[in-house]
Every structure is written in structure tokens, then in C-alpha cells.
Design a protein around this ligand. Structure first.
Ligand code: 2BA
Ligand code: MN
Length: 659
């Protein structure tokens, strides 16, 4: 019936056309003004054609795609093929078989229509490749293959293989891969110890119901496995939205208390081959999340770790018992060694050298030969080193290369004040020493020393010197540190706490009091921080040039004279004393790169801000060294990270407001 309509229309149109031609010639000759009539008629004809194009197409399709093929062997061979097939020429659809009409076009017609209108995603060039092209039409999924049709010039044949089932299955497979989450309530014991049972129950119920709703959104389940620990097994699709929402459960739990008392840490393992592997990855992730101070999510991926959150202060969580155990274990390890090398981070500072001196004392008390490996020409602790050299302790300090000859398989390396391989004073020593101990207080970051024999890592301690003090206090009184050594350790603590202003806990004062009892003089210690007049001037100059951006002081400076490195961190400290400054960033050009020192009063986490730039450190003290970078680029990067940080802070405040 439809086809007949099409035929009628065509006949009518043809008649109209003939009538037109017959009319135009005499009219044009006699009275040209009447030419308007044929033009109107042409317009009507075209309009009708446009209006009827659908039916016309159906008609043409019926003519072309019918089952009689007097003229085409291609069509003949393709019609019987049980695969949807079409012929395309000059970007238009020329022909298709009945399967195509039914399966792909759902019974409608598309002959003569442009291919890119009917299938906007179809790319013939891509289809011609061996793997074809993925094509979605309606709710069906196809793979389209194309080839040139022999015998019909320039035309291509397009086959569509309907693999909806396989593609959906594959998608479902990837989406439903297992993933594991380990969730820990940070400082659970400290938090719940002083609470009444009823308060505990209320607190737990709030956390539980938040967690249950969160995991309830997923396809998986949640189990509490110990007082402070939960395990959730979910699917890849869930991890995706969790990452997309940047684990906002952290914010919700933090918002339970105005002061952010309750926080969570989450370790995520996904993408592993088995559930077991994912669980292992989640365990590694939670370790690093806790090692960085908690209140954050760590996700282990193939390329390493990614971190989300982590904007609040950690809660101090240490015990004397642990220090005693570590102290004994360290002594055992030292006594089992032929020799010990103590080493800090590159560009050693008072804390690195001070804690190294303390560690050296432990070795001496264990009766094992030991040295400190240090580059005395690249140090920020010049005055301290000089004091020791003047006191006749020169043989305790040797350059890293000199130690290489004496290293045996039984040499112990004690790394202090850093946990990162790339920041070590000497990579060579690290590579050569099989047995390593790490004593550090920095938040853990990617690229840390792998599997040390012993790890004394307390992100809540003020300094490495404080940690060493704790260990020394469990050693016998006789033969313990000398007054000069006590001074070195005190200097280390004072440096990292900015003279007891920041990051001090009860334990810091305990350590300082003990050092005092061992003969450390505060006034003399303070002298170790003195600088030359030139350094003082350079520092004042940098401070002068600073400007405030979103509550952060930013100062830039060209290259400083050699040996003036200490000016950079000192200027950053100075800037913090300005009213209304939450954090300071000082960037100084150095050997074609830029060194950055950042300090904060605690309202901002400068570690989080500098980590994307390849730096790190602490909540209140961080640094970064950018290679091949101009000052302008460094400034831009710093401001970019401040923007991001401030934005996430604002988002957090909003979340806290809702609760
Ligand atoms: N690429 C990177 N990746 C990961 N972490 C990185 C890093 N670059 C720097 N850091 C960390 O950031 C912290 C701050 O470094 P910054 O050089 O500003 O500041 C250092 C040091 O330059 C500064 N300093 C040294 N002598 C000083 C003095 N006489 N007066 C004032 N400050 C001094 O005291 C700070 C001691 O900080 P601390 O050793 O605990 O921790 C350091 C360092 O370990
Ligand atoms: Mn240090």
C-alpha cells in the first residue's frame, strides 16, 4: 500500500513538471511577468517532494532492496547473509539487506540518507581496520566492519555484527571485579577510653550508620572486624563513584564533632586479579594512610598510591611501651652488626645531624664501631658540625663515599629524619647496605624505604631528635649522651618545633626536660641558629618582597649566593609571624630549578599542597625542589595548589554545616 502511494506521488510530480515546461515557454515569450506562476508551482512541487520524502524513500528502498537482483551480483550475495549489511557510496546509504532493516533500523528506511546522519558515530576508516568499530544503535551493541565492494565503484560494504551480549557481559565483568576497603577509626582507643559506655554506644552508632549508608549505596557489604576496624567488600563500579566523590564519607565522619575528633582512614585495594590480592593491596593502603597521619583514603593503583582527604591534624597516639621495645630491638640489631653507618637526609639540618649524633651514641653504648655519613659542604647545620669538630669529634663524621669501602653484608644502616629513598644523603650507601633501620617523624609518602629491618616511625612526634631521645632514655645512665650531644638533640627538637611553638606534644617537653638534665644549655643551643649578617640581609630582603594570596604569604627570589641555603627556610619561618598569614611559601631559584620552603600555622596542610609538586614533609613544614623550572612557573604552580586546597576547605566547611 505504502509503495503504491510512493508511485502515485512520483507520477503526479512528473506530470507537474511536464505541465510546467509546456507553460513556461509561451508565457516567457508573451508576458514575462506571468513567469511568477511557474515559479510558484516549482516551489509547491519541491515542497511536496520534501514533505513526501519519507514515503519516497520507502518506495526507493522497496525498489532497491527488493529481492530481485537482475542488476547486482553484490546484492544477490549479501541478501542471504544472516548479518546486517549495508552498501554506502559517497557518504549515503545505497542499499541494505532485510536483516539490516529489521535489526538495525528497526523496520524503518534510510536509503539515500547520509550515513553520518543515521549513524553519527560510524567512521568508515575505523571500521576498515581489523578490529572494526564499536557501534551502539538504540540498545543494541554492534561491531562494524567495512570493506570496499568489488564491482561497484567507490562503494563500501558495512557489516554489523551484533555482539550486544558479549559486550554487556564484558562490561559487567569489569564493573563487578572485586575490591576491598579497610576502614579504621583513627585513634579509637584515645577517643573511647574516657567515654561512658552510653556515650561510646552513641558515638559508634553514629559512625556505624554513616558507614552503613555509605557502603549500602554499593553492591557490597560491610563487616566490623575489631573495635576500630571494618572491612568492606565492594565492586569496581563502587570504587569508581567513591573516587569520583573523593571519599566524602571522610568529611561526614569528621563533621560529627566540631573539632574533628572522630576521623576515619580508608585503605582501598582494587584492580587486583583476585579478591585476596585486593585485600593485600587494601592492607598496604591502610598502612600508608595511617602512616601519613590518618583522616584520609589511600588507593593503591598499578602506578602507586593516590590520596584523598587528610586535611585535619593527626591525634597523638604513642606509647612508652613501644619506645622501650624499639629501643631494645635496635640495640639487638646494632650488636649483631660489624659496623653501623648513620645517615640523614640530603641538605642535612639540625634535626638530621642532631638525631644522627644521638643514634651514634646508641651504637657507642652497644660497643659497635659507627660513623655518621654526611656531606659537610651541603648542610644547613654548619654551626653544629663546627662545634663537634672543634670538640675533637672529627672522626665521627665522614663523607658518604669514604664509607663505601667499609660496608660489609653485616653493616647496619640507620636512616634518621627521612623515610624517602630519593631524599637520602647518599643513595649509594643505601643500595649497598642490606640491613636498614629507619627512624623518622615525617608523614609517609610514596617512594619510602622498603621493608626496613626495624621501623620507628611516629608522624606525631615533633622531630627525629625527639624519637632518638625516647630511645636513649631506655638505655643505661652510664655512658649515655654528653652535654654537647644533648645540645645537638635539643637543637634538632627546637628546629622542627620552631622553638617549641609548633607540633609539640607532652613527649616533646619530656624529651627536652631529659636533655636539660643531661646538661643541654638552651642559651648555647640557640646560638646554633645564628646566621651571618649577609644571610640576615638576604632573608630580610625576601620577607620584604612577599605578598599575600588567599591568606598565604608568597615570596620569590633569584638565586642566592652559595652557602646561603639556610636563608630559604628561615625566610619562610619569618613570614609566618605576620598577622593574618596562615601559611608561607618561599621559592628561590637554584641551578635552573626552584627550591620551595613552606610553613603553616596549622590552618593549612602545606604537605598536601606541595606533594603534587613532588615535594613533601609535614603538616606545618614542607619543602619541594623543582627541576628545570622558572620562578614564574613555580609561582603559578604554588598558587594553583593553594586555589585547589582552599576550594576543598570551603567544600568541607559546607559539608560540616549541613550536619
Ligand atoms: N622533595 C621533598 N619530598 C618530601 N619531603 C620534602 C621534600 N623537600 C623537603 N621536604 C621536607 O619538608 C620539610 C621542610 O623542608 P625545608 O627545607 O623547608 O625546611 C627544613 C630545613 O631547611 C629547615 N632548616 C634547617 N636549618 C635551619 C635553621 N638554622 N633555621 C631555620 N630552619 C632551618 O628546617 C626544616 C627541617 O624540616 P624537616 O627535615 O623536618 O622536613 C623537611 C623535608 O624533609
Ligand atoms: Mn630534617
Amino acid at each position: 500500500m505504502k509503495h503504491k502511494d510512493g508511485l502515485d506521488t512520483a507520477a503526479v510530480l512528473l506530470l507537474l513538471l511536464v505541465a510546467l515546461v509546456v507553460m513556461i515557454v509561451p508565457v516567457a515569450m508573451v508576458s514575462p511577468q506571468w513567469l511568477i506562476v511557474p515559479f510558484v508551482l516549482v516551489a509547491i512541487a519541491l515542497g511536496t517532494l520534501w514533505y513526501m520524502r519519507r514515503r519516497l524513500r520507502t518506495y526507493v528502498a522497496a525498489q532497491l532492496c527488493s529481492t530481485d537482483f537482475e542488476n547486482s551480483r553484490i546484492q544477490y550475495s549479501l541478501t542471504g547473509l544472516p548479518i546486517p549489511t549495508m552498501l554506502v557510496a559517497d557518504g549515503r546509504i545505497l542499499w541494505y539487506n532485510t536483516f539490516f532493516r529489521e535489526k538495525v533500523l528497526q523496520g524503518s528506511d534510510a536509503v539515500t540518507r547520509p550515513v553520518d546522519r543515521v549513524f553519527p558515530d560510524l567512521d568508515l576508516a575505523v571500521c576498515s581496520r581489523p578490529h572494526g568499530q564499536d557501534l551502539t544503535v538504540g540498545d543494541r551493541r554492534f561491531t562494524a566492519y567495512a570493506g570496499s565492494a568489488k564491482g561497484s565503484r567507490g562503494a563500501s560494504i558495512v557489516y554489523l555484527v551484533d555482539d550486544t551480549f558479549y559486550k554487556q557481559t564484558l562490561e559487567e565483568y569489569t564493573e563487578s571485579r572485586p575490591a576491598c576497603l579497610i576502614i579504621v577509626i583513627d585513634s579509637y582507643d584515645e577517643l573511647f577510653d574516657d567515654m561512658k559506655d552510653s556515650e561510646q554506644a552513641k558515638e559508634l552508632e553514629a559512625i556505624n550508620s554513616l558507614l552503613e549508608t555509605y557502603i549500602g549505596r554499593s553492591t557490597g557489604f560491610l563487616r566490623r572486624v575489631s573495635n576500630s576496624r571494618y572491612i568492606a567488600v565492594v565492586e569496581e563500579r563502587d570504587v569508581r563513584w567513591m573516587i569520583q566523590e573523593r571519599f566524602d564519607i571522610l568529611d561526614k565522619v569528621r563533621a560529627l564533632h566540631p573539632g574533628g575528633l572522630t576521623t576515619l582512614s580508608i585503605g582501598v585495594g582494587h584492580g587486583g586479579k583476585t579478591l585476596q590480592e585486593c585485600h593485600q593491596m587494601a592492607r598496604e593502603s591502610i598502612d600508608i594512610a595511617l602512616g601519613r597521619g590518618g583522616d584520609q583514603a589511600a588507593v593503591k593503583t598499578v602506578d602507586g598510591f593516590e590520596f584523598y582527604g587528610g586535611i585535619s591534624h593527626g591525634v597523638e597516639k604513642r606509647s612508652h611501651v613501644r619506645s622501650r621495645i624499639i629501643s631494645r630491638a635496635l640495640c639487638d640489631l646494632i650488636k649483631k652488626s660489624d659496623s653501623v653507618i648513620v645517615m640523614g637526609h640530603r641538605m642535612s639540618d639540625l634535626d638530621a645531624v642532631g638525631s644522627a649524633i644521638g643514634a651514634l651514641r646508641i651504637c657507642k653504648m652497644c660497643g659497635v664501631p659507627a660513623v655518621i655519613a654526611i656531606n659537610s659542604d651541603a648542610t644547613l647545620a654548619g654551626p653544629l658540625l663546627k662545634t663537634f669538630l672543634d670538640a675533637g669529634c672529627g672522626k665521627d663524621f665522614i663523607t658518604p663515599d669514604q664509607t663505601l669501602e667499609v660496608i660489609t653484608p653485616n653493616t647496619l644502616l640507620i636512616v634518621v629524619d627521612t623515610y624517602q629513598v630519593r631524599l637520602l644523603e647518599s643513595q649509594k650507601i643505601y643500595e649497598k647496605c642490606k640491613r636498614v633501620v629507619v627512624i623518622d617523624h615525617h608523614r609517609m609518602a610514596v617512594g619510602h624505604i622498603d621493608r626496613p629491618l626495624l621501623l620507628y616511625h611516629e608522624p606525631y612526634a615533633s622531630s627525629a631528635s625527639e624519637l632518638i631521645c625516647e630511645l636513649l632514655q631506655f638505655m643505661p645512665k652510664e655512658g649515655n649522651i654528653t652535654p654537647l650531644e644533648a645540645q645537638a638533640l635539643l637543637a634538632g627538637i627546637m628546629l622542627d618545633t620552631r622553638s617549641f611553638a609548633l607540633h609539640v606534644g607532652v613527649r616533646t617537653f619530656e624529651a627536652a626536660a631529659w636533655l636539660r638534665s643531661r646538661g643541654a644549655q638552651t642559651a648555647e643551643t640557640k646560638l646554633l641558629f645564628n646566621t651571618s649578617k649577609e644571610e640576615y640581609e638576604a632573608r630580610a630582603h625576601i620577607v620584604e618582597s612577599a605578598y599575600i594570596y588567599k591568606g598565604c604569604a608568597i615570596a620569590l627570589s633569584g638565586e642566592l649566593d652559595a652557602g646561603m641555603n639556610v636563608v630559604l627556610p628561615m625566610a619562610a619561618n619569618d613570614l609566618l609571624t605576620i598577622n593574618g598569614v596562615d601559611a608561607s611559601f618561599v621559592a628561590v631559584a637554584k641551578n635552573g630549578g626552584v627550591n620551595i620552603s613552606a610553613r603553616s600555622m596549622g590552618a593549612l596542610n602545606v604537605q598536601v599542597i606541595l606533594e603534587p609538586l613532588g615535594g613533601g614533609g609535614h603538616l606545618m613544614m614542607a619543602g619541594a625542589q623543582l627541576q628545570n623550572c622558572t620562578l614564574d612557573a613555580a609561582e603559578h604552580k604554588i598558587r594553583e595548589q593553594i586555589d585547589l586546597y582552599r576550594a576543598s576547605q570551603a567544600a568541607n566547611a559546607a559539608a560540616a554545616h549541613i550536619h
